[in-house]
Design a protein around this ligand. Structure first.
Ligand code: ARG
Length: 460
């Protein structure tokens, strides 16, 4: 007969090729801590429900602690022929403590066990991600504080649009990462539901106490339908979607860092420690970190799409296909965490060139909207004001001058509504500081936004 833990009904040993093809231990071993945590809670419940004796419970808890210590110390040999993390640990436990170990799997299936492991693991990962996102927000807040006076072009269509504060631009990213934190916190609510007790598919006839396990493991809720429970990977997909938005935000930031570090923009200098050179061109200094962060957004998207495809046609309830959730999820988590950490680190060694940025606001008629708004305040309908400002821009182009350099008489020739008070409306600083609407780029508004963020982050 087969010597597998499930081997009773098998007349022959498993083929080596089957073992190679189906094993997941090379990636699910990373769940060991959470698998053991779940098993210990399960064992404590079995004792309290008198499904196993107190002595057996003690032996199980001790055995699991010993196994965990061995894994942490790198002394544990994971065996691919034992399929997955659950069976590797269970077999080691039984080898160590004998019959008590064989009682641990009472009223439990690997179908609810893997769901539990993934939830426990993801709960912790959500905390880690929140910490990394917070660190990045802090970095952005610090840069924003430093650059409250730095003016740069704001772009639409990558064409110079209206002058903004660099702090406003940086806080735009801090706002996105704040939403990412909120999304993960919301996702965590649905992760935070106890699946154990669903057993293989239908629940169990043994007198278990799911509420007790939930309390033990800090789950505020117990899952309501055993079939849904063992079939459910929504929480993994949702996490992957959250990870996708984080990486997408990082990717957009990275694109700007790449662009801004070109000679053509020259808005920033990324420190030497965070750039690479060319093996051929001696003069090169390349922004490989933001390029890779941008590039890695592809694999994070791939992870989400891969699991969506895996899940979409599966009948209820558990199917082995679902083992394919782990590699994409782990890869996406590793990628996003590494991208967050390195982006934060690199931004700490990036210099923003305030003069270059300010200079780039000249020459693009970036205060044309302010001219139109000035005319609106003189009661001209906005559409007409837009036309007047456009004709004045055209006149500047003919004369080869800036809006603020155009003589008043030239402007009045286009519209007699323009008076000598137009002056400050056409300056770059005047333009920025006039944008006092809520969420606008006026320094006063940006200072408020920054103060609110700093307060949220516990910075004084
Ligand atoms: N390694 C499996 C997975 O990741 C655990 C559940 C296996 N259950 C089973 N009935 N074969 O999905």
């Amino acid at each position: 007969p087969s010597d597998k833990l499930w081997g009773g009904r098998f007349a022959e040993q498993a083929a080596a090729s089957l073992e190679d093809f189906t094993t997941s231990i090379h990636y699910d071993s990373r769940l060991f801590h959470h698998d053991i945590m779940g098993s210990k809670a399960h064992a404590r419940m079995l004792v309290r429900q008198q499904l196993i004796t107190a002595e057996e419970g003690e032996a199980i808890l001790q055995g699991l602690d010993d196994i965990e210590a061995d894994i942490e110390a790198g002394r544990f040999r994971f065996r691919p022929e034992l399929e997955d993390i659950h069976m590797n640990i269970e077999k080691a436990l039984t080898d160590r403590i004998g019959e008590a170990g064989a009682r641990l799997h009472t009223a439990r299936s690997r179908n609810d066990q893997i769901n539990l492991d993934m939830r426990l693991y993801l709960r912790d990962e959500c905390e880690t991600l929140d910490g990394l996102l917070t660190a990045l927000q802090r970095r952005l807040a610090a840069l924003a504080r430093k650059h409250l006076g730095t003016i740069m072009p704001g772009y639409t269509h990558l064409q110079r649009a209206q002058p903004v504060l660099l702090a406003h631009h940086l806080l735009a990213y801090a706002t996105m990462f704040g939403r990412d934190r909120g999304r993960l916190a919301d996702c965590k609510k649905r992760i935070n539901v106890l699946p154990l007790g669903a057993a293989a598919i239908a629940g169990t006839g043994l007198p278990i106490d799911r509420d007790q396990v939930a309390r033990d493991l800090g789950f505020p809720e117990v899952s309501v339908n055993s079939m849904d429970t063992v079939a459910d990977r929504d929480f993994v997909l949702e996490t992957l979607f959250c990870l996708n938005l984080v990486q997408l935000h990082l990717s957009r930031l990275s694109e700007e860092l790449v662009l801004w570090s070109t000679k053509e923009f020259a808005f920033i200098r990324i420190g030497d420690r965070y750039c690479t050179g060319s093996s051929l061109m001696p003069q090169k200094k390349n922004p490989d970190i933001p390029e890779l962060v941008r590039g890695k957004s592809g694999r994070v998207t791939g992870a989400l799409v891969s699991l969506l495809m895996t899940m979409k046609g599966l009948p209820l309830s558990y199917n082995r296909d679902m083992q394919e959730d782990k590699e994409p999820l782990f890869d996406a988590l590793d990628t996003v965490k590494a991208s967050l950490a390195i982006t934060c680190e690199m931004l700490g060694d990036t210099v923003f060139d305030a003069e270059k940025m300010r200079a780039a606001t000249e020459g693009g008629f970036m205060t044309a909207t302010d001219l139109a708004d000035y005319l609106v305040k003189k009661n001209l309908p906005f559409r007409q004001a837009h036309g007047v400002a456009g004709r004045i821009v055209a006149r500047c182009q003919e004369l080869g001058c800036e809006l603020s350099e155009l003589p008043l008489a030239e402007m009045q020739a286009v519209s007699p509504l323009i008076g000598p008070d137009i002056g400050s409306s056409l300056s770059i600083e005047g333009s920025v500081n006039s944008r006092i609407s809520a969420g606008g780029t006026a320094r006063a508004r940006v200072e408020e936004a920054l103060a609110a963020l700093e307060q949220q982050l516990g910075i004084h």
